[in-house]
Design a protein around this ligand. Structure first.
Ligand SMILES: [Zn+2]
Ligand SMILES: [Zn+2]
Length: 94
């Protein structure tokens, strides 16, 4: 079991940020054009993290950070409170 390079928690539900980005962009596309650009920039900033041996359960790519850290950062980009709540409901289960 590998740990996330940001939060140091074990990656329990490994979905890589590439897969998450695609889903988040799909979600944002009809809702907030600015958010689409912000998600792309955020993804780029996450590319600096090293990959480790944990494999994404969707695409099989190696990954280095957990989905929770990436999704939490996206949620922070959403300024509209209702939209943010909706995003969390759709993507993050606390
Ligand atoms: Zn994490
Ligand atoms: Zn993936």
């Amino acid at each position: 079991m590998q740990v996330c390079q940001i939060c140091n928690e074990a990656i329990t539900n490994p979905i890589c940020i590439d897969c998450l980005e695609q889903e988040a962009l799909y979600w944002a596309r009809d809702r907030d054009a600015k958010l689409v650009r912000q998600i792309k920039n955020l993804k780029k900033s996450f590319d600096v993290f090293d990959l480790n041996t944990e494999k994404c359960i969707r695409c099989g790519n190696e990954m280095g950070v957990c989905s929770h850290c990436f999704l939490t950062e996206i949620a922070k980009l959403i300024k509209d409170e209702n939209l943010r709540t909706l995003f969390k409901k759709s993507f993050i289960s606390f």
